[in-house]
Each structure stands twice: as C-alpha cells, then as structure tokens.
Design a protein around this ligand. Structure first.
Ligand code: SAM
Length: 373
C-alpha cells in the first residue's frame, strides 16, 4: 500500500491515515510517499513499517549503522542532523502548547553539538547466546560490535566483551580521564570531569551520558544562579552531586537530596574531591523528605527522572515558594504536566531544549521559573 506522510509524531514516526484511521509509519519522513506494510492493527490506530520510499524527502539521509533497521538504540538516523534540531524544537513547542498552554515564544533555540560518539555509557543486555542491544519494541537481543552513538574507546572494548554472570553489562568511560568501568575492570567506579569539577561515578550512580552537552547545560544553570543572586540552593534529585558542586562557589550553601545510596556516597566523596564544603547530602526520596524543603531556600534546581515530580513535591515547592526554580527534564510530557501546576505561582521565563541524545527522539530541557510578584 502507498501512502503520503503528513507529519512526524513525537517519536519520529511518520503519520498518515488509512481510511480515516491514524497510522504510524516507522522510517518515513514528512511529505514522503512510501510503500508500507501494516504490522499491527489496534482499535484506534495502525502501526506500519516503510518497505520502499517512492518520493524521497530532501531531509532523508542514509544511516551508516548496519543495525539501524532493527536496533531500538536510536530512531532518527535517517534524518539530517539539521532537521533533527528542528524536529526537537517543534516537539517541545507542541507538547508545551498542548499540555501546559505555554506559548512558542517561551521556547529558546536548541543547543546541540556532535551527532555521534557522544555516549559515555552503554548498557548491554544478554541472553544465553547473545550480548547486545534490544531490537525495536522488543526484548530480542541484536548482537552488536559497534554503536555509532558510543565513545570510540568504549566501542573498542565492546568488540571483546565476554559474557558475565550479570544480567546487564554496563560500560562507562570517564571524560578526560579515560577511566573505564567494565565487568573486568579492577575498580567499580570511574572519575569524570564536567568543566573543571571532578566526579566519582559508581556503576549504579546516574551520570549524564553526553559530557559536552552537560557542560553547556551546567554553564547555563551557573549563569542563572549568578544572575538571580541565589544564596541557599536545593539540588533535588542530585545524583552524584554534579550540579550543586558545579555551582557551589557562587552560593552560600547547597542541600542535595537523592534516593540512590551509591550516588549519595559518590556525592559525599565528590564534595571532598572538589573542596565543596558548603554542600550537604541527604539520602531518600524527595517526596519522603519534604520536611527538608524549607523556606530558607531561595532557589531549587530540580532534575527528576522521566516520571517527573511527585505531587507532594510540587505542593511543597508551591508552599515554600523559592524565588527561582530551575527544572531540568528529560521528558517534555511530564515537564509540561508539572509546569502546568507550578504555573499557579510561577512565571515560566523560558524553556531551552538541549540535544543531549542526538539521533534519538529524546530531548532534554532546562526551564527557568520565577516566583510571581
Ligand atoms: C536525571 S537524574 C539527575 C541526577 C543529577 N542531577 C545529574 O545531573 O547528574 C535523576 C536522579 O534522581 C534519582 N531519583 C529517582 N527518583 C528519585 C526520588 N523519588 N527521590 C530522589 N531521587 C530520585 C535517580 O537516582 C537519579 O540520580
């Protein structure tokens, strides 16, 4: 069956209609005419794949990845990198309008850097015979010997990785130090840099995967902190203490809250490593430690997982009313949901998308909110 693609959805799939029912087409671009194969029919929509491109978009490129057609690791490697930026800006604009009634003029231009070799971490899955990445929408493993998104040195290690007892195999590399965390490494942590700050990162601790974009993001947060003259700062969902330590010289004190024990241990270590004597860390879920979120804090940096903020956390922030909120998010949908509630007492100054995960449909956003007068 031949169809014309009307636009892209937020996962980078083409959208068309078959007899008035919506159809999502994997691998097709806006304005293209493509031959499709319907792979699933649901009550409200079809899922299809592109069999052949009949009329090709000017934005289409050929992926250099041998696994691209099957692997679930990335989804936009058939789109020019320039178009990818536009796609992500538009995606953020659409989601913000739809779910939070935030106008397009609040969305700043996206920040981006290299399209490939940016990842400082990979999680490989394994079954009885194979080690690799999951196939699109499944738990079937595709053995890989190289990933275009991955740091070159980790790709070298990938070639020789041997099965181990662990379910998932995690490889990490330290920015600047080139320290490697792997199943055969002697140490179970790496040291990595962001700007001139040094961080210990253990296997289970979160650390942003794209060091170049992370530095740009943290520089923006530091600029905001200085411009707003922040004094007492909450670093909620602080991981290994990265953001608080990055900005701590500009403020009186930082309190970080984080639920992963290893990450809090790393944060305490990183505090010493960077002589960040004004930083303190508490272990626990932010929603269970709301008593720590008091009105002495004039600024809250909030960097939750994809699920966004628990209602209890939003309620507490609206109660203690820090002058400035800096909300870092890796999911624009949950961000929009939370901003819609925070808007009651805060002005959204701007939202800046960051292309933290090039060639995938994911996008990071940094939002600046100021307490209404
Ligand atoms: C997106 S990461 C941000 C980490 C850190 N700010 C950074 O940039 O490296 C989110 C962090 O929140 C932690 N986390 C998840 N749910 C949490 C919760 N309910 N309360 C506190 N921390 C949580 C995770 O362990 C993870 O370290």
């Amino acid at each position: 069956m031949q169809v014309k693609i009307e636009k892209l959805d937020h996962y980078g799939r083409g959208i068309t209609k078959i007899e008035n029912k919506i159809c999502f087409v994997e691998g097709a671009l806006k304005d293209e005419v493509v031959e499709i194969e319907v792979i699933k029919e649901k009550k409200k929509y079809y899922l299809a794949t592109t069999k052949k491109v009949i009329e090709k978009s000017k934005d289409r490129i050929t992926s250099n990845c041998p696994y691209y057609a099957r692997c679930g690791g990335c989804n936009l490697d058939h789109i020019s990198f320039e178009k990818e930026q536009e796609f992500k800006e538009e995606k953020v604009k659409e989601i913000m309008t739809k779910f939070a009634k935030i106008s397009n003029d609040k969305i700043k231009p996206i920040i981006y850097d290299n399209p490939y070799h940016y990842r400082n971490k990979i999680t490989l899955h394994k079954d009885d015979k194979k080690i690799g990445l999951y196939e699109k929408e499944s738990n079937t493993i595709i053995p890989i010997t190289k990933c275009l998104l991955l740091n070159d040195k980790l790709n070298e290690i990938l070639k020789s990785i041997k099965p181990s007892n662990k379910k998932d195999i995690i490889l990490k590399i330290g920015n600047k130090t080139d320290e490697i965390l792997s199943p055969t490494a002697k140490k179970n942590y790496i040291t990595s840099y962001i700007g001139n700050k040094k961080y210990k990162v253990s296997e289970k601790s979160f650390f942003q995967v794209n060091s170049i974009i992370t530095e740009k993001l943290y520089d923006e947060i530091k600029e905001i902190i200085q411009e707003k003259n922040s004094k007492n700062v909450l670093d909620l969902y602080c991981g290994t203490g990265t953001i608080g330590i990055y900005i701590c010289e500009s403020v009186n004190k930082v309190l970080g809250i984080e639920s992963c024990k290893d990450a809090v241990d790393d944060a305490n270590y990183n505090k010493e490593l960077n002589n960040a004597t004004n930083c303190t860390y508490k272990l626990g879920k932010v929603e269970n430690l709301t008593k720590e979120i008091t009105s002495e804090y004039d600024t809250a940096i909030i960097d939750p997982p994809r699920s966004g903020l628990d209602k209890k956390v939003i309620k507490k922030l609206l109660e203690i009313k820090p002058k400035t909120l800096i909300y870092v998010s890796c999911d624009p949908v949950t961000l929009a949901r939370d901003l819609n509630l925070l808007k009651e007492k805060y002005n959204i100054e701007y939202i800046r998308p960051y292309n933290m995960f090039p060639r995938t449909y994911h996008v990071e956003c940094c939002t600046l909110l100021s307490l209404k007068k």
